[in-house]
Ligand binder design. Structure first.
Ligand code: E4P
Length: 216
């Protein structure tokens, strides 16, 4: 399973890349706005750190303008994957961009049939949002199971990229379901690396060892 970092903060992306845990990055307009920096500068810096797909989202809502913005984003760096929203206009832009050899991540997917439609339009990545479904009392993880199964049934090349992950349990289930990619906020990446028994175990090992007064 690939891990993408769900962030537009260069320092936190670099930290996770140095650990060897960043196969890609996803940004969205809210994350780029939060970074408080010019979008093109941020995206280029991220692409220099990450040797993998870096998603950057269009903000137009009509297909011709989405196509224009998508081409502009893709021209920033070869690692850029253009994100288009799961709307009719977004699907038109997805088809147009992918037919020009530009990889597209269809975002804001909330149902298995939206995912199927996006895959048929040539999406390279499908981004279902688990956390936001859970927020409104739906079962986000069930949607992931359904999308993974549909992609397997028909052998679509699109990768299922689980987005809006809020906790390690979301990641665990996405991995069990066989999703290709999980995009993770840095705090969730840190959470999965820690366990209180690891800390307690290490403390005890070191205390026992220090009593021997030996050095390695
Ligand atoms: C990533 O591609 C998505 O934009 C992101 O995971 C959304 O996460 P949120 O629902 O926590 O904002």
């Amino acid at each position: 399973m690939k891990f993408f970092v769900d962030s537009a903060v260069v320092s936190e992306i670099r930290e996770i890349a140095e650990l060897g845990l960043a196969d890609g990055v996803t940004t969205n307009p809210s994350l780029l706005a939060k970074s408080g920096r010019p979008y093109a500068e941020v995206l280029r810096e991220i692409c220099e750190i990450i040797d993998g797909p870096v998603s950057a989202e269009v903000v137009a809502t009509e297909a011709p303008l989405m196509l224009e913005e998508g081409q502009k984003l893709a021209a920033l760096h070869r690692n850029i994957v253009v994100k288009c929203p799961m709307t009719i206009e977004g699907l038109k832009a997805t088809k147009a961009l992918s037919s020009r050899g530009i990889r597209v991540n269809v975002t804001l997917i909330f149902s298995p049939l939206q995912a199927l439609a996006a895959a048929k339009c040539g999406a390279a990545f499908l981004s279902p949002f688990v956390g936001r479904l859970d927020d409104i009392g739906h079962d986000g993880l069930l949607v992931i199971d359904q999308i993974v199964r549909i992609m397997e049934n028909y052998d679509f090349p699109a990768e299922v990229l689980v987005a809006s992950i809020r906790s390690p349990l979301h990641l665990l289930h996405a991995a069990e379901a066989g999703a290709h990619v999980a995009t993770l906020p840095p705090n969730v990446i840190k959470q999965i690396l820690q366990h209180p028994l690891t800390d307690a175990g290490l403390e005890k090992f070191l205390a026992d060892w220090h009593q021997t007064k030996q050095k390695i």
